[in-house]
Design a protein around this ligand. Structure first.
Ligand SMILES: [Zn+2]
Ligand SMILES: [Zn+2]
Ligand SMILES: [Zn+2]
Length: 158
């Protein structure tokens, strides 16, 4: 299984905290590890309920908090929408930043070594020791730009 490492890490954390791995927690973990990135609590709840209809919002909320505490998940707040959760950089061994479309809410991940280096250089210049960073750009995605332009399109005069 591709998510073995994530499950192992979660199990180790639960054992350390003296918490039981309940069946509901297991269903939530499977849905989260196998689900799309940047999932909201409501969206995750809908996925989980396909497996176990008894799971409630509060349980999903608390379980995501637990995943965040143990470093498996990262909470993201993009603009005015609900909190979204994704696998942390640490748990995927891969860092990425985000482009957020203000029209459709689409989230695109990007990673650019040049941007990362520039940020490190800025921190050095200020004698600042960075622990983490979030680079977010808000705007309009290509698909939304094209949709916006379509109704106004006029035959071009030659
Ligand atoms: Zn970055
Ligand atoms: Zn868009
Ligand atoms: Zn992301």
């Amino acid at each position: 299984m591709a998510h073995d490492r994530l499950h192992e890490r979660l199990n180790a954390y639960l054992a350390k905290k003296g918490l039981r791995h309940t069946s509901q927690r297991k269903v939530i973990a499977d849905a989260f590890f196998g689900g799309p990135n940047h999932i909201s609590i409501e969206e995750l709840l809908a996925r989980v309920r396909k497996e176990d209809a008894r799971v409630g919002y509060a349980t999903v909320y608390r379980t995501l908090k637990l995943f965040t505490e143990c470093g498996l998940a990262a909470e993201r707040n993009f603009g005015s929408g609900p909190s979204r959760y994704e696998l942390s950089d640490e748990s995927t061994d891969h860092h990425h930043d985000h482009l957020i479309c203000l029209e459709c809410g689409g989230i695109t991940e990007f990673h650019d070594p040049a941007v990362e280096k520039a940020q490190e250089a800025i921190a050095r210049r200020y004698g600042f020791r960075v622990r983490s960073h979030k680079h977010e750009m808000y705007g309009v995605c290509q698909a939304c730009q094209q949709a916006d332009e379509a109704p106004r399109a006029r035959p071009r005069r030659s």
